[in-house]
Every structure is written in C-alpha cells, then in structure tokens.
Design a protein around this ligand. Structure first.
Ligand code: G3P
Length: 223
C-alpha cells in the first residue's frame, strides 16, 4: 500500500511524456516529492514501465492491466508482466479506458494476489460505491467532463469528492479515496484534502505545464 496523502501523476499518452521527455517528468516528480516529503507515484505507458522503474525512486504504476492470465492472448497487458517490469501497482477503469464490472473485480483480485497496489477510477458516486465493495487500496473519483480542463473537481464539484469519501469509507474502511480532474494548483489540492480525500490523481497540470518544476512544487505544496 502506498503512503497517504499522495500525489499520483498519470502521464497518459501525452507527447510531453513520451520517449526521452518522460525522464524530465520522472526527475521533477522525484525531486519535488522528496523536497516536500510527500508520497507520490507515476503511472506511465506500459512500454515505459521497465526503464522508468530503473530510474525512479518513487513508485511506478501501470495505466492499465487486462483481466487475462498467462496463455494465448495477444496485445494484452498481463498483471504479472507489469510486476516483473517493476510496476508497484496499476490504475484500473480510467475514464479513458473503462471496463465492465466483472473485469474490474477480476483485475483487483489479480493485483491483490500479486501484492500490487490497485487504484480504481470511478466517474461518479454510484460507480465509487460499486467498486468500493471490492475493497481496493484506492478509489479515485474523476468526473469525466472535468478531465483535462482548467476547473478542478475540488472546486467545481466539491460534493462529489465529499460524497465519494463518505460512501467509499462506509463500504470499505481500508480503501483510500483520491480525486482528480482539472487539478492544477496547490489550492485545488488543499481543497481536495479538506474535503476528506487522501490525495489527488492528476495529469495535464504537470505533464503539460510550461514550468514543470514550478507545477510540481505548487501541487506538492498543496498537500
Ligand atoms: O488520470 C488523471 C486524469 O484523468 C485527470 O486528468 O488532466 O484533468 O489532471 P487532468
């Protein structure tokens, strides 16, 4: 289990985080999380897990794994393979890669059996409640309409954050709750924490920032 409060950065498939460019982001996240003494993790593309794990002191996560076992599957991402590559866990059911409930259940069980952290994304309160029943390590609530925008979930929809915290913890005491979408600065982060969240899941606020270090510092300062 990763420590909380936590900042999880999902670099998605942004050009700014592909190839060589990813190294700068990993370095900035490592330095600023250490400087502020705040727990952090980075979810990278599957092809980057191995090399990222070699250079990062903070945990590397997969952005997705498939509900498949060893065997005759092509083009899938095997949970065991991301563990061998160095990942400490995975995002599951991101709004940009939604899964059916049976697959979420199966993936959570596989990740737990491999002792990999499970960060289950949810797009609303009802989905948060449904996935909390699987007792994952984290549920990350992200209203899809705010993803990639400039208005944060903690400011635009504070009730979604506080409701999710209450509902998820009412179902699974062990599960930590994150919020994400539009998180851009320390105010967005501190508001999320005030609403009861155990941290944030963000992407463009850091990956697409003109001043990468400044953006990282601002986010970590909010915790
Ligand atoms: O996984 C994080 C994400 O979906 C939020 O994206 O760009 O709104 O921080 P962004």
């Amino acid at each position: 289990m990763l420590d909380v409060p936590i900042v999880i950065l999902n670099v998605k498939c942004y050009e700014e985080a592909t190839g060589e460019a990813l190294n700068r982001i990993i370095e900035a996240m490592n330095k600023t999380s250490l400087e502020y003494g705040v727990s952090a993790a980075i979810a990278v593309q599957a092809s980057d897990i191995y090399r990222s794990s070699l250079v990062s002191k903070i945990p590397i996560l997969a952005q997705h794994v498939d509900a498949v076992d060893y065997g005759s599957f092509t083009g899938h991402i095997l949970p065991e393979a991301v563990k061998f590559a160095g990942a400490k866990g995975s995002l599951v059911n991101h709004s940009e890669y939604r899964l059916e409930l049976w697959a979420i259940d199966s993936i959570i069980k596989r990740l737990k059996s491999l002792e990999l952290t499970q960060v289950i994304c949810s797009n609303n309160d009802d989905v948060s409640r449904a996935v909390a029943a699987f007792e994952p390590d984290f549920v990350a609530v992200e209203p899809p309409e705010l993803i990639g925008g400039d208005i944060s979930v903690s400011k635009a929809k504070p009730e979604i954050v506080s409701n999710s915290v209450e509902k998820v913890k009412g179902i699974s005491k062990r599960t930590k709750v994150l919020c994400g979408a539009g998180i851009k600065n320390s105010e967005d982060v501190s508001k999320a924490i005030q609403l009861g969240a155990d941290g944030v899941l963000l992407a463009s606020g850091i990956v697409r920032a003109k001043d990468l270090y400044g953006a990282c510092e601002d986010i970590f300062r909010g915790i």
